[in-house]
Design a protein around this ligand. Structure first.
Ligand SMILES: O=C(O)C(=O)C[C@H](O)[C@H](O)COP(=O)(O)O
Length: 358
């Protein structure tokens, strides 16, 4: 049986079931408290999605020949939460995780990165993993997913604390989540709707993953979510290959912004930076130069930083600048997660980075 159990995850709800039944917390008889009896903190940003265990051979060893793996927690939505928190936003990651050593490993690692976790522990379903083989051209870095029959694939909106989402300033998820199961397609839609209903800004990274579904399936599902999204982040290549839009990134941002009801559209263009559409104006920012150690998680670092800076009151061009700086720093760090400091980001923005700092 799946249970909502927050006992060992920082917070516990005295009357969780009743709260869930009745929806908004104002219908609950007691306020949620943490294990020390304090009030549950509201987060600036709440994210929802799967976090996998990432297994990668050290260096450039091939998977088929690997004797050992480096193990790290990795998932778009937790990566975004961590990047946002590194830039000063308070962040919570929501998910459904198997009550196993692997599930506990993921949650423990994320908490170690300073974000709050609010997890439905499940006695059914697996912990997703992915195998990563780093390589340069002409092979390129390769990912093998093992995420069938996971605990999160059965997650329904009613299992989560909707108050947390409605009390946050931003709710964030990605196009990866609805790719994982038909249940998660409904859940993603319902959580976005609930966020909107509570006045929470919704942000979404399109994040098309060809190894999870086809462009046609993705287009059909994700465009259905668009009316519930305020801030869309999308790679230029996904706007072209999945949505069938044409033009340069500025034109793509403008077309997406005017065709749908987004308040902000950010189109990322890899090593060439990103453009942001807001109030019918398009702004662009180049990527910063970087020596790449690990490219995975660059997009998530960018998005987390963009959201954090917007929450802090930056306009779109300034938020793009900090997002690009955070993304460039991420590429120098092994693992999915942008373990950067706000000072390092400032240094990149003011273009004072040095090869050796002493
Ligand atoms: O692929 C998935 O399904 C994941 O959730 C984990 C990925 O490692 C991150 O999403 C990284 O994505 P980028 O920031 O675009 O490099």
């Amino acid at each position: 049986m799946d249970v909502v159990d927050r006992r060992n995850i920082a917070t516990t709800y005295n009357s969780a079931d009743r709260c869930l039944e009745h929806g908004r917390r104002r219908h609950c008889q007691s306020l949620p408290t943490d294990s020390e009896g304090g009030t549950v903190s509201e987060s600036d940003i709440v994210t929802f999605g799967e976090t996998m265990l990432r297994l990668s051979p050290p260096g450039n060893e091939r998977l088929e020949n690997a004797d050992e793996f480096e193990v790290r927690a990795a998932g778009a939505e937790s990566n975004v939460a961590i990047a946002a928190s590194r830039l000063g936003a308070s962040a919570t990651w929501l998910s459904k995780v198997p009550e196993t050593a692997l599930g506990r490993r993921v949650v423990g690692e994320l908490r170690g990165h300073g974000i709050e976790t609010d997890v439905v522990w499940s006695h059914r379903g697996r912990q997703g993993t992915y195998y990563l083989e780093h390589a340069g051209k002409p092979r390129g870095t390769n990912v093998i997913y093992d995420r069938d029959d996971t605990a999160i694939s059965t997650a329904e909106a009613r299992e989560f604390d909707i108050d947390r989402i409605q009390d946050a300033k931003v709710f964030f998820t990605t196009g990866i989540t609805p790719a994982l199961s038909s249940t998660l397609r409904d859940t993603t839609l319902n959580l976005l709707k609930a966020a909107r209903k509570g006045g929470t800004t919704t942000a979404f990274d399109f994040n098309f993953r060809r190894k999870l579904w086809s462009p046609d399936e993705a287009r059909e599902t994700l465009t259905r979510l668009f009316p519930g999204i305020d801030v869309l982040v999308i790679a230029a290549r996904d706007a072209r290959t999945v949505l069938g839009f044409e033009g340069d990134p500025r034109q793509l941002a403008h077309k997406l912004g005017s065709q749908y009801d987004f308040t902000t559209v950010v189109v990322t263009r890899g090593s060439e930076g990103a453009v942001g559409w807001h109030d019918s104006v398009v702004h662009d920012h180049d990527a910063y130069e970087t020596d790449t150690i690990d490219p995975i998680g660059t997009g998530d670092a960018f998005t987390g930083a963009f959201i954090a800076r917007r929450l802090d009151g930056d306009n779109v061009p300034t938020a793009l600048e900090y997002a690009a700086a955070t993304a460039s720093l991420k590429r120098t760090i092994p693992g999915d997660v942008a373990l950067v400091t706000a000072d390092e980001v400032e240094t990149v923005v003011s273009e004072q980075s040095e090869e050796i700092s002493r």
